[in-house]
Design a protein around this ligand. Structure first.
Ligand SMILES: Cc1cc2nc3c(=O)[nH]c(=O)nc-3n(C[C@H](O)[C@H](O)[C@H](O)COP(=O)(O)O)c2cc1C
Length: 224
């Protein structure tokens, strides 16, 4: 064995197949889109992750379909999976897998399915509560439960206003468990001109938490 000057095993800088496997796992993420207002945050998130070379396992709740129809004018006649594949990333969906929330048998439901982390965006108060209480009643809640038990990265982007004490308590208990709570609260210091700019700001903040380089918003550089 090679040793360094302290007599400790020398660091191996060659990329082993295990390291490569680890890198691939980090490149695989789960995204949940729930029925909170702002489904566009979720679709932009998936697009940003696909554009940065990730394999995305997207889970869409039934209420999210209702909200997407209302807010984005999506026509789900072709089915949830087909519609999401068509509408997201302009059909360039080579590394996108889409599941409905009742598909509790899907890979993200298992801790033995290696993933780098999970983002629920937008996250309804209902799903937030389910995750906080370990309900695992559907695929999004179960996948989030897996993140918690496997000590993996979990980011929730709640959208509701005003917040009641139950919402706030649930968010606190999740934060205490190490979950990142990134409310859909766009800033204004980057001087957004369009709704798109405001959406990109929130998605950019999530990308920052995932430690993914992005230029989704203009960063503050000081000034009066
Ligand atoms: C148009 C529309 C907008 C909604 N917006 C929100 C919202 O911003 N936040 C929220 O917590 N629930 C919102 N809801 C209610 C959720 O859809 C509802 O609680 C649902 O049960 C959430 O289920 P899910 O978490 O499985 O998607 C909205 C519902 C509709 C129809």
């Amino acid at each position: 064995m090679r040793r360094n000057y302290e007599g400790l095993p020398a660091k191996n800088f060659t990329i082993s197949s295990l390291t490569l496997k680890g890198l691939c796992v980090m490149r695989r993420l789960v995204v949940g889109i729930t029925g909170a207002s702002g489904v566009v945050y979720g679709t932009r998130m998936v697009e940003a992750l696909l554009a940065s070379g990730h394999e995305v396992h997207l889970v869409v709740s039934e209420p999210a379909v209702v909200v997407a129809t209302h807010e984005l004018g999506w026509d789900f006649q072709a089915g949830v999976v087909e519609t999401c594949r068509r509408e997201i990333a302009g059909g360039d969906t080579g590394t996108l897998r889409v599941y409905e929330n009742h598909e509790i048998w899907a890979p993200p439901a298992s801790g033995s399915f290696p993933v780098g982390g999970m983002v629920v965006i937008p996250c309804s108060m209902s799903t937030l509560s389910g995750i906080a209480h370990g309900s695992s009643n559907n695929l999004i809640e179960r996948a989030a439960d897996v993140m918690l038990k496997e000590k993996r990265l979990l980011v929730l982007v709640p959208r509701e206003t005003p917040l009641n004490v139950i919402h706030l308590r649930n968010m606190l208990s999740l934060a205490e468990m190490g979950v990142s709570i990134v409310p859909a609260m766009p800033g204004f210091y980057h001087q957004p001109r369009t709704v798109d700019d405001m959406v990109s700001f929130v998605v950019g903040k999530v990308m920052d938490i995932l430690a993914l380089e992005n230029r989704l918003f203009k960063r503050y550089e000081g000034g009066a």
